[in-house]
Write a protein that binds this ligand. Structure first.
Ligand SMILES: Cc1ncc(C[n+]2csc(CCOP(=O)(O)OP(=O)(O)O)c2C)c(N)n1
Ligand SMILES: [Mg+2]
Length: 357
């Protein structure tokens, strides 16, 4: 008996903007000059908020911090495609999209200062708290997407993780459930090519993360994650599909982590320095600025004004952080359960006695 194919599986990669800021017109999204400028501005603000966090960590004003430098296009491109009612289910490297979705930066700083109030977002911001357990976000996003479907809510849940997270069982369980139940979910993996010191080639023998979606019966797409326009196009398509009820999508945004894993890491011990030169030439922010300039949508004057505006925003967010009254130390166990189990209740009482609360 000859073998017969039972399915076709082709994984596509999307690029719109090349490293020199030239676009492939066939895939150029229909966005106005104002929208394109707003997308650029959003990336620059993300970078400035991020740079400040690294500086504050060095000054001892916040704790350990993981930078998003190099991943701004992945987060700003997706944010631009999301609707206000959509849910964000972030991991620990999503500060950019969280800000773009309405989480004030000083709360993100507060989180990294170890302050539980950094996870309490303004009313109406549909963003779950930062969750550190790798790949747990996919399970939450699958469940949320299933709930949205059952409730007939016109929103999509977007769950985040990195390349390393795709080796966890949670990733596969979440994708399987979401596929079977046609969850209103988009799985957004930022493949920044490192999981702390483990390179991507040690995560999987597959050529891409995107292709793994085929095994769960839905589409996966790889995009140039340093190309904000490609990320926007792929995200819009995936969000529209989920909103129509046609099921989830896995997006792999191929990018690069330009900084250390966190401030507790030293990437010079494992990463070839020439990688950084290669990726610096593909910087997502520079690339979009080159494109906008070529379209006469940007100028040195606008750049200067934007940098001044971002510096003022950063200072205002730091001032808001430092104006927060000292946190209640017993908060560390306050939000884990609706009702505290007896052992945590005892520990909280003991802590309260020790700190005099
Ligand atoms: C379940 C679990 N295991 C291990 C860790 C420790 N840890 C934190 S980040 C990380 C690597 C994550 O790599 P990746 O998914 O590529 O995300 P990136 O940090 O590159 O954004 C690990 C192993 C964790 N937080 N959770
Ligand atoms: Mg990674």
């Amino acid at each position: 008996m000859p073998k017969k194919p039972i399915h076709e599986a082709i994984t596509m990669r999307l690029e719109v903007l090349d490293k020199d800021g030239k676009v492939d017109k066939a895939f150029m999204p229909d966005l106005s000059g104002d929208q394109l400028q707003a997308m650029y501005r959003s990336m620059v603000l993300m970078r400035k908020i991020d740079e400040k966090a690294l500086n504050m960590q060095r000054q001892g004003r916040i704790g350990t911090y993981g930078s998003i430098r190099g991943q701004e296009a992945a987060q700003a491109g997706l944010a631009a495609a999301m609707e206000p009612q959509d849910w964000t289910v972030p991991s620990f490297r999503e500060q950019g999209i969280m800000m773009a979705r309405g989480v004030p930066a000083h709360l993100i700083y507060a989180f990294w200062k170890g302050d539980e109030r950094g996870s309490v977002f303004p009313e109406g911001v549909r963003c779950l708290p930062i969750a550190i357990p790798v790949a747990s976000q996919f399970v939450h996003a699958a469940g949320l997407g299933m709930a949205l479907k059952l409730k007939g809510d016109d929103a999509v849940a977007v769950g985040f993780g990195g390349d390393g997270s795709t080796s966890e069982g949670d990733f596969h369980e979440a994708l399987n459930f979401a596929g079977v139940f046609k969850a209103r979910t988009v799985f957004f993996v930022q493949n920044n090519q490192w999981a702390i010191s483990v390179p991507f080639r040690q995560q999987t023998a597959a050529q891409s993360i995107a292709q793994r979606a085929h095994g769960y019966g839905f589409e996966g797409i790889q995009v140039d994650g340093n190309d904000i326009l490609a990320v926007y196009v792929a995200s819009k398509e995936a969000l529209d599909r989920a909103r129509r009820g046609d099921g989830p999508t896995l997006i792999e945004a191929l990018t690069y982590r330009m900084e250390n894993h966190t401030t507790a890491d030293d990437a010079t011990r494992y990463r070839p320095p020439e990688d950084l030169d290669y990726w610096r030439q593909r910087d997502p922010v520079d690339r979009m600025r080159k494109f906008l300039s070529s379209q006469k949508l940007w100028s040195d004057k606008k750049e200067q004004a934007l940098l001044e505006e971002c510096a003022a925003t950063v200072e205002a967010e730091v001032a808001a952080l430092e104006a927060m009254p000292a946190p209640d130390p017993t908060d560390i166990v306050s939000y884990m359960f609706k009702e505290l189990p007896y052992n945590l209740r005892e520990q909280r009482e003991q802590l309260a006695r020790e700190v005099g609360r």
